[in-house]
Design a protein around this ligand. Structure first.
Ligand code: NAD
Ligand code: WQD
Length: 355
């Protein structure tokens, strides 16, 4: 009997795969569902290689409620859900908002319904610092007013509210709304990391592709922000630290806290140019960049106040920026093209279970 079985949606993705490793290391058993729209089953193989443990993986879409219910039926020991699955590109969300609302919001409604029908009422949700918009308080406490500024961010904000409403209406639900700041780095093994399809939207994977020669230079989006070097400040949190925050939050749900929000960040902000310098040091040479105009919607500073998570979850980000840069470079240099196979490839029957 696997008493501690966790269903992980989006578990083949960047943060999900690192969290599955930490779950397995903590002796949870794991069932993943992922539709592989932004990931690859190769990530699951590598999770198994790193941990020496096996994971049950279903290629299932959140929008397919029948299949999700069937997964719960097949695994009656699932006691909680960590919900990563979602579309996450801010720019794309402004072009295809309905796809974002449907995938992220409808998908979450169906997941919550499937959970309820199977009497699973503990959920950890991947929220984002984006729910703070342009925050008036730095570092940002969880009590800071929320309200996102783009369709992607609004899906996170609405889902947070939806889960809060559910916990109020039905007090036997418990939820951890984890607001991630900027995840960075890769697994120290060097065989798992972020695997962006197409041109990376985010700073660190773009820089990594400049370093490996897949991009000519980094465009730095503006140097006229009110910071020490004019470039925006973000709170870059190591992905393994972030993954460990989920284990701490799962443990917290055992105390039946109702709906709780936590910032998962380091509390230390870095500018874009500081990150370019730190990653250049890890690579061992200066990486080329050009200052260009601001990117629409970028705010000056998103730095977490992580005190609530530090105290209540007994969790703290520990990995330094230097180590995050080193692990990212280790991953990128050993896997210049990321995970070799592509979504859509015929999957090996040994890895994927079908409904
Ligand atoms: P990711 O794209 O690597 O992982 C998301 C996974 O969800 C992918 O494997 C994708 O295939 C899957 N997925 C998407 N829609 C699905 C659906 N309808 N059914 C089944 N699977 C589906 O992204 P990530 O960076 O690992 O982010 C994980 C979560 O954390 C997302 O919800 C994201 O919004 C949130 N988040 C990410 C960041 C970040 O900067 N990476 C920051 C804050 C919050
Ligand atoms: C960081 C800094 C850019 C790329 C986004 C989402 C947020 C969350 C995390 C999911 C900014 C600058 C970037 C480049 C650059 N995701 N930059 N050149 O914008 O803080 O947050 O990802 O929830 O919702 O908005 O992260 O990595 O895109 O940018 O100069 O090519 O790097 O302007 O200052 P961001 P990012």
């Amino acid at each position: 009997m696997d008493q501690k079985s966790v269903l992980v949606t989006g578990g083949a993705g960047y943060i999900g795969s690192h969290t599955v490793i930490e779950l397995l290391n903590a002796n949870y058993s794991v069932v993943i569902i992922d539709n592989l729209c932004n990931s690859s089953y190769e990530a699951v193989r590598r999770i198994e290689k790193i941990t020496g443990k096996s994971v049950t993986f279903y290629k299932v879409d959140l929008l397919d409620k029948k299949a999700m219910v069937e997964v719960f039926k097949r695994h009656p020991n699932i006691g909680s859900v960590i919900h990563f699955a979602g579309l996450k590109a801010v720019g794309e969300s402004t072009k295809i908002p309905l796809d974002y609302y449907h995938n992220n919001i409808t998908g979450t409604v169906l997941l919550l319904q499937a959970m309820k029908e199977n009497n699973v009422k503990d959920i950890i949700f991947s929220s984002s610092a984006t729910v703070y918009g342009d925050p008036p308080i730095i570092p940002i406490p969880e009590t800071c007013p929320t309200g996102a500024t783009n369709p992607y961010g609004r899906t996170k904000h609405y889902i947070e509210n939806m889960i809060r409403d559910l916990c109020t209406a039905e007090p036997d639900w418990n939820a951890g709304l984890l607001r991630y700041f900027n995840p960075a780095g890769a697994h120290p093994s060097g065989i798992l990391g972020e695997n962006p399809l197409g041109i990376p939207n985010n700073l660190m994977p773009f820089l990594a592709q400049v370093a490996i020669g897949r991009r000519e230079y980094l465009s730095v989006f503006g140097n006229d922000f009110p910071t020490k070097d004019g470039t925006p400040i973000r709170d870059y949190i190591n992905v393994v630290d972030l993954a460990k925050g989920h284990i701490a939050a799962l443990e917290k749900l055992r105390e039946k806290p109702g709906c709780v929000e936590y910032n998962l960040g380091t509390g230390k902000g870095k500018t874009v140019l500081e990150m370019v310098a730190a990653f250049s040091k890890a690579v061992g040479r200066d990486l080329p960049y050009k200052i260009v105009g601001r990117r629409a919607g970028d705010v000056t500073n998103l730095t977490a106040n992580p005190a609530k998570a530090n105290e209540e979850l007994k969790w703290k980000a520990e990995v330094s920026i230097e180590e995050s840069c080193a692990s990212l470079w280790n991953w990128q240099s050993k896997n210049p093209n990321g995970l070799e196979d592509c979504p859509g490839d015929a999957p090996p029957e040994s890895i994927i279970c079908y409904i």
